[in-house]
Design a binder for this molecule. Structure first.
Ligand code: NAP
Length: 510
């Protein structure tokens, strides 16, 4: 520590998922050693620790779903199963010596900034207090499982399980099962369990766009290629290009690029090839444009609806009874009810997962309620000094989360290095820089896919309560350039007890 103020740690990272792990590795490499990672789980991996439902796998090619500096040759498939991601997280933690720095089973309930001492005071759910100069929020957004507000759940005599908290003692073989939801989790669970259960009723509110998945066990040729000089780089580059074209470019430049229309054609053809019954096919056909909400990728999901033991129910659920679920036209008896109902993405208490009070005691949630969701480059919010997020509003552009993690890490590390060099103890984005960035994000969204009328029918969690979609409307190349080159004058640097110091020319600092 460079300041005279005593804190428990220079940096607290909240979250030991891939965001927290990636940031911690970069910190160590940059020579910042006084940090601790805190996670409420009893293991690392975040999403891949909590989500262990049958059929779980990554949804973008594994060559892209990994750190650029820690490429793995041993993925079993193009789209690796969840357990391999969890093992990858464990390996990274082991290799970079992070385990002794992680406090497992610890929930941060509250964080308050001390304006006088320039430090954060974090309070855990058991009342312990940890102080730190900087807090890095790495709690993700798909964190808090969401249960549907359907009356009667307390009366149900069978078993209820949420996909994000799977119970591995639960036996589904021969059972009558109901599943609520048809998002990305359901798309993976449904084909996996359908052959084993006596019956499966799928309660669909909004059909999902389901595209073919170019998945396969990794062919020997690719494994050999990855062992050759440059082979890993080549596979990575091809994979990155595929992800870039099919996610960020398709979504943000919808007006000028044809990917969405091509994707819709592919999705409809996939549906025609896979589902025999025209009435079922009609029910599975989305009436909103591809991209309004996150699509899914599966070669098995749609054809599961051809099975004798699978029923697609599209009438709204009226209530959960002691023995099943009632819709307007039927009562479906089930022994097990699977909630594939997603996460509280834009809802209170999720971003971050703890109450955060910045300068002057302002609550971050209240600030966002008043000013709409916004954060400079998705990292910093004015009035919340020394707090940085890995995935804040207008930070993520839709490419691999790993690309995001590395870009935001670059941004934050530039600030920490600058603060260390100048002995600063308070780092805060200026209101002007934040306003400029927010306005730019709003000005650039005209070319995005989200603003078509049909998106109103999608029930998409991309939209917040103001109707904004806080994704970063730009290519990954541009986002990466900005992380490495944003103007340091967009931040104010201050030292305890001394006047405010504006960032000096960025050329001097990088
Ligand atoms: P989700 O996409 O939010 O889907 C939740 C589903 O539950 C939706 O179909 C929703 O219907 C339905 N639902 C919610 N409340 C309901 C109610 N009261 N009655 C009827 N239906 C209800 O959640 P998810 O499938 O868990 O996926 C969340 C995100 O996690 C994904 O978008 C993705 O980013 C990530 N994910 C990734 C992977 C992967 O990479 N392999 C796998 C799984 C999840 P509506 O559509 O009508 O709201």
């Amino acid at each position: 520590m460079t300041s005279s103020t005593v804190v428990d740690h220079e940096i607290v990272i909240v979250g030991a998922g891939f965001s927290g792990i990636g940031f911690a590795i970069a910190l160590r490499k940059a020579g910042f050693d006084d940090f601790v990672m805190i996670d409420e789980a009893d293991g690392v991996g975040g999403t891949w620790h909590w989500n262990t439902y049958p059929g779980i796998a990554v949804d973008i090619p594994s060559f892209s779903y990994q750190y650029s500096f820690e490429k793995q040759r041993t993925w079993s498939r193009v789209y690796a199963p969840g357990r391999e991601l969890k093992a990858y997280a464990e390996r990274c933690v082991q290799k970079y010596g992070l385990r002794p720095r992680i406090r497992f089973g610890t929930t941060i309930a509250r964080a308050e900034f001390d304006d006088e001492l320039h430090l954060w005071r974090l309070t855990t759910s058991t009342g312990d207090v940890i102080t730190a100069r900087y807090v890095v929020g790495a709690t993700g957004v798909l964190t808090r499982p969401k249960l549907p507000e359907i009356p009667g759940a307390e009366r149900f005599r069978g078993t209820i399980v949420h996909t994000a908290r799977w119970d591995h003692d639960l036996e589904l073989r021969g059972k009558r099962v109901g599943i609520i939801g048809t998002g990305a989790s359901a798309v993976q669970v449904i084909p996996e369990i359908a052959p084993d259960v006596a019956s499966l009723v799928v309660f669909q509110r909004t059909p999902i766009w389901c595209l073919p998945r170019p998945d396969a066990p990794l062919p020997q040729a690719v494994r050999t290629l990855m062992r050759l000089p440059g082979g890993q780089l080549l596979t990575r580059m091809l994979s990155q290009a595929f992800v870039e074209i099919t996610f960020p470019l398709a979504a943000h430049y919808y007006n000028v690029l044809p990917m969405v229309k091509l994707g819709e054609r592919s999705g409809l053809a996939h549906l025609r090839q896979q589902v025999r019954d025209p009435a079922v096919r009609a029910k599975l056909t989305p009436d909103y444009a591809l991209g309004c909400k996150r699509p899914s990728f599966s070669n098995d999901y749609l054809k599961t609806f051809n099975r004798e033991n699978v029923l697609l129910e599209t009438d709204p659920i009226q209530e959960i009874t002691a023995t099943g679920l009632r819709t307007a036209g039927a009562h479906h008896q089930v022994d097990v009810l699977i909630m594939a109902t997603g996460f509280k993405v834009m809802e209170s208490g999720n971003m971050p997962t703890f109450d955060l009070y910045g300068s002057g005691g302002t609550s971050l949630e209240d600030w966002w309620d008043t000013h709409r969701l916004q954060a400079y480059e998705g990292v910093s919010v004015p009035g919340f000094p020394n707090f940085f997020t890995i995935i804040g509003p207008y930070g993520y552009n839709g490419a691999s989360y790993f690309t995001l993690i590395e870009m935001q890490t670059t941004h934050i590390l530039r600030l920490l290095r600058r603060a260390r060099r100048h002995d600063s103890t308070r780092v805060e984005v200026t209101h002007e820089a934040n306003d400029r960035y927010f306005q730019e994000m709003l000005n650039r969204r005209g070319t995005q896919v989200f603003w078509q009328d049909s998106c109103a029918l999608a029930n998409s969690y991309y939209f917040d309560k103001n109707g904004d979609v806080p994704l970063k409307p730009m290519s990954t190349a541009e986002a990466a350039w900005r992380a490495a080159h944003f103007d340091m004058k967009d931040y104010r640097f201050e030292k305890v007890g001394s006047p405010v110091q504006r960032g000096v020319e960025s050329a001097q600092l990088t």
